[in-house]
Design a protein around this ligand. Sequence first.
Ligand code: NAD
Length: 525
Amino acid sequence: MSVPDSAGGEEVKQAKEIEDAEKYSFMATVTKAPKKQIQFADDMQEFTKFPTKTGRRSLSRSISQSSTDSYSSAASYTDSSDDEVSPREKQQTNSKGSSNFCVKNIKQAEFGRREIEIAEQDMSALISLRKRAQGEKPLAGAKIVGCTHITAQTAVLIETLCALGAQCRWSACNIYSTQNEVAAALAEAGVAVFAWKGESEDDFWWCIDRCVNVDGWQANMILDDGGDLTHWVYKKYPNVFKKIRGIVEESVTGVHRLYQLSKAGKLCVPAMNVNDSVTKQKFDNLYCCRESILDGLKRTTDVMFGGKQVVVCGYGEVGKGCCAALKALGAIVYVTEIDPICALQACMDGFRVVKLSEVIRQVDVVITCTGNKNVVTREHLDRMKNSCIVCNMGHSNTEIDVTSLRTPELTWERVRSQVDHVIWPDGKRVVLLAEGRLLNLSCSTVPTFVLSITATTQALALIELYNAPEGRYKQDVYLLPKKMDEYVASLHLPSFDAHLTELTDDQAKYLGLNKNGPFKPNYYR
Ligand code: NAD
């Protein structure tokens, strides 16, 4: 049963809603859902920070590790090797004469535009937010510096932010994930984008720097995925934080870093932890991986899943998604876990919970999704059977000890893009995918619809932080208010022609809920 969320009583709550609706008229505009109006800028109580389990984890990774260690190619149809001249050496201008960008090839803009239009088809909620709010321009005056994967779906987000009044400068959070044609289309449309597929580490930081260090332009909002941009600003341009109204961070890794800064008393602006909002974690991590694990494995190996023995390490959101998909195709799935609760969930879902060493000799596929390191060791790899496929769905390439395979007695054979056969002296082959980096983003695409949900969440987090009255958010890490989470979900329901049931007055009173939500307490996950 739902827990009543308001201790303040109905009268007080309603008064606050009216007051806030006046303060944030754009909120009222964007929240006018067809049948159901959800307003989310109401009760200050809802915005109180809520430490999550990620907040308590310690961070031991270097600033650039995640970005250069884990990579993705999304659905780029361009080859990074098509032109050996570094984009940094090229003089390029778009059709309006601007050269305020650095991309692989501006001539690919038209192709990139078509990719963006295809993505828009399955991002109707984000487009709908764009239409609802563009009259109000809730981001007018916002100068957003962003560092995310640059794909067609991100382009839809960036162009939405621009339509809502923001100026944007963008770099890639990952050296391999940029769709070059999409970056070109953004540059052609006037976005200052600095990114290309196959950047060197030096290029990576140069691109970030070009977004931050600009004469006559200073960012007042940060949208980050992984925390590299935030750390660059902290390290190189701490004064920029005087103008920054807030940071929106999407990834587990970036959120770890923010909590670490906060713990050290060094976080000097409010930050929104988007990763732990329900509409990110339960959709991106679970449903996205449920679909893309199969896509990634099929494209690289053509494996048939029926009857195959698969071990999935970690039964969190990503692991649950992978297991469900593999089970549905008739695979025999084993799970490894360190946490008794997740282990029990796996048991109740019908999976055998084992130690990796118990099944390592017999399994056909090993998938890691723990966010941890050295889950698959050289010892495990030595014991695998011939043709065993090994891959990782976690954020970085630390889960499989790939470095331990770079020894003289083992031969590496690149058999396809992102597929290596590692050959033991006795002829045994292990099939390693994407060198242990994130499989789905490296070897397949991720579903656009899921990215629409995450992008809408990011856009609303930016709007909220940018427009929040002084004092609402302090120098700390916040979760997205539950009402925004619910609003993001409600925007996506029309795609399914889903019809929500409305509470009667009597029912609302009985449950102690406001008829317009939030329908769950802030801690609901
Ligand atoms: P989670 O915290 O919900 O789940 C991770 C699980 O792994 C936990 O239950 C934990 O107990 C378990 N675990 C930790 N160490 C282990 C070990 N040594 N052996 C077995 N189990 C262990 O996290 P999540 O949301 O499932 O995300 C997992 C990873 O996937 C993260 O790195 C995250 O960034 C990444 N991720 C990937 C995608 C993608 O598209 N591939 C999407 C979202 C998140």
